[in-house]
Design a protein. Structure first.
Length: 275
């Protein structure tokens, strides 16, 4: 049997991130051939991935960030099975590295992001390797981005929820952060009333009509009641019309106008795990 030195094991561990014993066994199986040992560890990751494909990866890390010029922001979710792994520094570091690649390369969608290289390997391959190293189902489950005159990101403590907000022009760091935190806290469905999809509006009207009829209201005023409930929905569920969380006497839209009458939000993204 080929003698495997501690130096060889350490080198393989540094290259792959796999455990010491896994590296030693891979080197033994490869009869000391380093490249073959790397392939063995990669195949082990794929085998574990196949075995755990039906597992639920509902934990993980949701991270967001912006480019150096703050004109592009990206957000990713790297999922795993347990909160223990989600809090692991190496797992969070890996998620951060994926986010940095997304910000640097600006892929069009999740599939394109997975095919981007991180070093010599694709992100998709590295995720499979992490499955072999960690022993849990790992999944790059979400990616989205915003391009705007200014983009701000917010990550809620614990890495379970993150937001991105795009503005039509430059604003202060405090104002941008306040709006990003508003999106995190209040989970609006759209920026403004005009941005709410038609099917959502019709659904809200239908709910309003059904509620009015259950309450015994006359049929001739049911539509008017439904319209009133729709107005309330817009106020509670569209970002610019929501009460500002730091001052409920004004809306988010008014908060922005108080700073700059032309300032508004162009787009936002919000993603959360178990919240």
């Amino acid at each position: 049997m080929v003698q495997i030195s501690a130096t060889d094991v350490s080198k393989l561990r540094k290259s792959t991130g796999a455990g010491m014993m896994d590296c030693k066994k891979a080197l033994q199986e490869a009869e000391g051939n380093f490249d073959k040992a790397v392939e063995i560890i990669r195949k082990k990751g794929q085998a574990i991935a196949n075995k755990r494909a039906d597992r639920e990866a509902s934990e993980g890390a949701v991270l967001s960030g912006v480019s150096a010029d703050a004109r592009m922001g990206a957000m990713i979710a790297l999922n795993c099975e347990t909160d223990f792994v989600a809090k692991n520094e190496d797992f969070i570091k890996f998620a951060r590295e994926i986010l940095n690649i997304a910000i640097e390369k600006n892929p069009s969608d999740l599939d394109e992001l997975k095919e981007l290289k991180m070093g010599e390997k694709s992100i998709a391959d590295l995720v499979v390797e992490q499955i072999g190293i960690i022993g849990e189902k790992i999944e790059l489950a979400y990616y989205d981005k915003i391009v705007a005159a200014q983009v701000v990101s917010y990550i809620h403590p614990g890495n379970k929820l993150a937001t991105l907000v795009g503005f039509n022009k430059l604003t202060s760091e405090q104002i941008a952060k306040d709006v990003a935190m508003q999106v995190a806290a209040m989970n609006p469905v759209a920026v403004d009333k005009s941005d709410v999809p038609g099917d959502v509006i019709e659904k809200e009207k239908e709910i309003g009509r059904e509620q009015a009829l259950r309450e015994g209201k006359p049929e001739n005023i049911v539509d008017k009641i439904a319209e009133g409930k729709l107005i309330k929905f817009f106020k509670e569920s569209t970002l610019l019309n929501q009460e500002f969380t730091k001052d409920n006497k004004i809306t988010v839209g008014q908060y922005l106008k108080n700073s700059d009458k032309e300032l508004t939000v162009t787009e936002f993204k919000r993603y959360s795990l178990n919240i």
